[in-house]
Write a protein that binds this ligand. Structure first.
Ligand code: CS2
Length: 491
């Protein structure tokens, strides 16, 4: 007998977080990737199972049609595979009310943002999706896609353009207040999104700008939020696991760790689901949680990924099992990140760190070094410069932060073959890094060129002692391998 396709009628009852999607759509979500489907969708389904409400999610994919097509074929159902060494289970959120693909259906996306029923726009488009200049952190008005969206003679292609144009349509339609909620790993993600949307609007013709600015100030909120769940990319093994656990074929299951955390500011202009009943924490102090997570988890994750890839590890659990990588991670946490943080009262730092090691060691996830290592040019800018500057200002060179940057450069622009895992990392800056490494005769001038070019912001580039250490570590890795470089940072 062939296994049926996952659908409304074949989803096993025991796996359903709620019986069926809500009837009304209250949330438009931009970025239909794995993270959204394992994090916010699950928290929303759980919240609605506790307190029902008009909070169905319209999921909007950027360009790729795969997930949207598969979800349509599956009555908008998919499963989240919670994977751990202690056992696995599949849950089906059943919370989406529709799917769109922005590149093909931009007008429908703008209409959805403008619809009176919509009261929240959520975003997971990764660090790369915000079209800001890494150097100034302002909207990148020099980039072609942003310029095109400002001209407005074609449907907007950038996320910020789509939000601004959608809000413009909403203001004109008189559809009332709305919340824009970024769920990406960016420091102060809500404030940053607001700034970018405002900068977009400020560039519009005066009549449009004057119409929109006061409405935006009065009717739209942009809460900050910290999101946390390790969510790898889907493979055929996950499809097999989904089939075994569900008794149905899911083309787009999402693997995830059991852990999930969400911390938000409670600044919603037009209501929200009762996410507090799904484990979300509401606080005025989201920034402390964001910094904690961006530095301890994400910053150290990058170090593990680059060292691991250079040492031939396909996955994060494989990497963290190597004693020299675990040692570097421990030192990064203890010496370089923790001293720069104010840990929120509700968090026990020792427990948090111990939990991180357990989460990284989750071998059932098979989270790949190449996935964490991809897009380092945008990710590291969120993770490394601020804590590095805190140390440099007090006269200390943070060894593991310098090592993170050195290992990144060795993966992306290697002097010799850096192996298949490093080669598979994608990064918008790869070509420029390779070109700079070719052009510059010495490692030091290469590192100066890269940092001076704004990779990690202007201020860090001014600290020659940091660049010097990065260059030494690049040379050590190139000549003697990553373990020797770690040893050098610890003696
Ligand atoms: C990772 C994150 O790929 C990466 O850069 O550090 O995706 C990480 O797994 C999540 O932020 C965990 O919440």
């Amino acid at each position: 007998m062939t296994t049926p396709r996952l659908a409304a009628s074949t989803a096993p009852l025991a796996a359903l977080l709620r019986p069926a999607p809500p009837e009304r759509t209250g949330i438009v979500h931009l970025g239909l990737g794995n993270f959204h489907r394992a994090h916010q969708a699950v928290h929303t389904a759980q919240a609605l199972a506790h307190t029902d409400g008009p909070w169905g999610i319209l999921g909007v994919a950027g360009r790729s049609t795969d997930v949207a097509d598969a979800m349509r074929e599956q009555d908008l159902r998919y499963c989240v595979l919670e994977l751990s060494a202690h056992g696995s289970r599949a849950v089906v959120p059943a919370v989406h009310t529709g799917v769109l693909v922005a590149a093909q259906q931009t007008d429908a996306v703008l209409d959805a943002i403008a619809a009176p029923d919509t009261r929240i726009v959520t975003i997971t488009v990764t660090e790369r999706g915000y079209t800001y200049s890494p150097r100034t952190h302002a909207l990148d008005v020099d980039s072609e896609p942003v310029r095109a969206d400002l001209r407005g003679d074609a449907p907007p292609r950038t996320t910020i353009g789509q939000i601004a144009r959608g809000l413009q349509r909403r203001a004109r339609a008189g559809s009332g207040p709305i919340t824009v909620l970024s769920c990406d790993n960016l420091g102060a993600n809500g404030r940053r999104t607001r700034r970018l949307v405002r900068e977009f609007i400020a560039e519009l013709p005066a009549a449009e700008r004057d119409e929109l600015e006061p409405w935006l100030a009065e009717s739209v909120t942009f809460p900050n939020s910290m999101v946390d769940r390790i969510v790898p990319a889907t493979t055929d093994e996950h499809r097999e696991a989904a089939r075994a656990l569900l008794g149905a074929r899911d083309a787009v299951p999402v693997p995830a760790e059991p852990f999930s955390m969400w911390v938000l500011e409670d600044e919603f202009a037009a209501g929200r689901p009762a996410w507090e009943h799904a484990g979300a924490l509401f606080t005025d102090d989201v920034e402390a949680y964001e910094l904690l997570k961006l530095r301890l988890l994400n910053g150290t994750h990058s170090l593990i990924a680059y060292l691991g890839a250079l040492d031939g590890c396909d996955t994060i659990p494989e990497a963290i099992e190597r004693p020299f990588i675990a040692d570097a991670a421990r030192r990064a946490l203890r010496d370089d990140y923790l001293p720069t943080l104010e840990v929120p009262d509700a968090i026990d730092a020792d427990d948090y760190v111990q939990r991180l090691f357990e989460r990284w060691a989750n071998s059932a996830l098979r989270h790949r070094t190449r996935q964490v290592g991809s897009d380092g040019s945008v990710k590291l800018a969120q993770r490394v410069p601020d804590p590095a500057l805190a140390h440099l200002r007090s006269g200390r060179v943070p060894q593991q932060l310098a090592l993170t940057v050195a290992a990144y450069l060795c993966c992306l622009a290697p002097a010799a073959d850096a192996g298949p895992h490093a080669a598979a990392m994608s990064d918008p800056a790869r070509d420029a890094l390779v070109e700079s490494s070719r052009r510059n005769g010495s490692t030091r001038s290469f590192v100066d060129d890269v940092l001076g070019g704004g990779l990690l912001g202007a201020e860090l580039a001014g600290h020659g002692e940091f660049a010097a250490r990065v260059a030494e570590l690049v040379d050590l890795i190139t000549r003697h391998g990553p373990a020797a470089a770690v040893r050098e940072t610890t003696t």
